[in-house]
Design a protein around this ligand. Sequence first.
Ligand code: GLN
Length: 300
Amino acid sequence: MSLESKPKPLTLSDAWRQGAEQLRQAGVEEADADAELLLLYLLGLSKAALLRDWRDPFPDGKMGAWNELLGRRALGVPVQYLIGEQHFYGRAFKVSEAVLIPRPETELLAEAVLEIADRLWASPSAIAPVVLDVGTGSGILAVTLAKERPQWQVLASDLSEDALRMAKRNAGKHEVASRITFVQGDLLTPFLDDNGHPGIDIFVSNPPYIPSSDISGLQREVRDHEPRLALDGGEDGLNPYRIMATQLARLKKLPRIVAWEVGAGQAADVAEFLRLAADWDEIRYVKDYAGIDRHVIAVK
Ligand code: GLN
């Protein structure tokens, strides 16, 4: 009897462990989680199925694609662009390098808007509000608000045609395409001076807010892969807010809710732009999971 054992076949669990180690060596922060996401994507498995099948052999025919995915992640491509998806507010959204990857803190903006709007439009006879999402990107805010409040009418704009295409795909995926009007254009420009668009009641935006000179210091995943158009907020990062606040007065009517995501340390400046632009009942901040004032919300 030979003492030599046959080479053990690589299991799914081995592949995951080796992949995670490769990513860790390459300086990837969430190496374990990313290797798992890539493996699930590659094999078309749910997490539950992976937990069930982790001792199964890794399919030979997938080795090339597995190494390719790991290699690209190791070079800094965000895992969401590799698998083409990111969850937001409990739903899966398609993403590509044409759009910013949805961030968890932006869910807090959607949540705050829903809560305030339910209070302002509480009466059963109230006419449902019109909501505008400027710089919709992947469409997360427009689609989420349309899904959560089926009576609302939704407008979504972006400067980037490629981003709008992705937002439309996501609206289609979540069956709200017919309830969202997509508009190509810069900030509020397409909606000014009574050009046929309805008056806007709720105005949400997560605009680019990184100061131009800070972009080179961002982590490589963001700097080299997320669209610069979605990041760069001009010299001090505040240009989009400055412009949108000035444009507010030229809308058909003043929105009753303006809810904007802002960068770290920007909330007070942005609140001041809003204060100078109109007379509000209240301007409040919403903190993110790191305790940073992440959203500025003005209510009338
Ligand atoms: N509105 C999108 C989001 O919140 C895109 C934001 C952006 O590209 N600046 O993710």
